[in-house]
Design a protein around this ligand. Structure first.
Ligand SMILES: [Ca+2]
Ligand SMILES: [Ca+2]
Ligand SMILES: [Ca+2]
Length: 221
């Protein structure tokens, strides 16, 4: 019996052996936990960045699709054009619908020579709380992103939205420094769009920027 409590117990572990095993296990467990936590963080950051990039791509897809139609006016009587062009905001019109079926041909998805139908007044802008907003409606209540609630928020955490404008000769058209608007938006033929989004994880910010160029082929026809 006395042997069981001896330091030199041959049948079981000694106290020293147990302490060493416990210490080794502790070091191992804490290393594993650290590894797990850092992998978890890396995974969370990666997820955030992927979400941000998807949101950016979705926003850019919508802006380029819509902007390509700016000035679409196949009947030539609607007066569709780019109406307001600022560095952070654009508003344009396109005749794509015939919501009331003006010509009684049972087709509501065709140009009718007017700009009073759904999705014919479109605006994109960046709000002061860093969201890219989209307005699409049947009238000139085009949703100034800074004052109007009649718009849809399409990108969270956008730190920057920049529109750069070019005329038919490829020359950049700068907004007037006082009005902040391009003086003659009807002269615009090409627009470069740049959106930047930011995400933050444990105080570390990550930014992604996406750019695209749209040729406004329906302008100036
Ligand atoms: Ca109409
Ligand atoms: Ca019709
Ligand atoms: Ca129309």
């Amino acid at each position: 019996m006395a042997d069981r409590f001896s330091v030199h117990n041959k049948d079981g572990f000694t106290l020293v052996e147990l302490l060493i095993v416990t210490a080794i296990f502790g070091v191992f467990a804490s290393a594993m936990f650290g590894l797990y936590r850092s992998q978890n963080d890396a995974y969370a950051i990666q997820n955030q960045v992927v979400d941000m990039q998807q949101s950016l791509r979705g926003t850019m897809g919508l802006i380029t699709r819509e902007l390509r139609m700016a000035g679409f006016d196949p009947r030539g009587t609607a007066g569709a054009t780019i109406r307001i062009a600022r560095g952070d905001y654009i508003y344009f019109t396109k005749d794509v619908n015939d919501t009331t079926d003006l010509d009684n041909d049972l087709n509501k998805n065709e140009p009718d020579g007017e700009l009073n139908d759904s999705n014919e007044h479109v605006a994109f802008g960046l709000t002061t709380d860093f969201q890219v907003c989209h307005h699409s409606g049947p009238n000139a209540n085009h949703g100034d992103p800074f004052h109007n609630t009649n718009h849809e928020r399409i990108t969270e955490n956008a730190s920057q939205l920049t529109f750069t404008y070019f005329d038919e000769n490829g020359n950049q058209i700068n907004p007037d420094p006082l009005t902040l608007e391009v003086a003659n938006p009807a002269a615009i033929r090409r627009v470069t769009i740049q959106i930047q989004a930011s995400t933050s994880f444990k105080g570390q910010a990550r930014n992604r920027t996406l750019s695209a160029t749209v040729y406004c082929r329906n302008m100036g026809l």
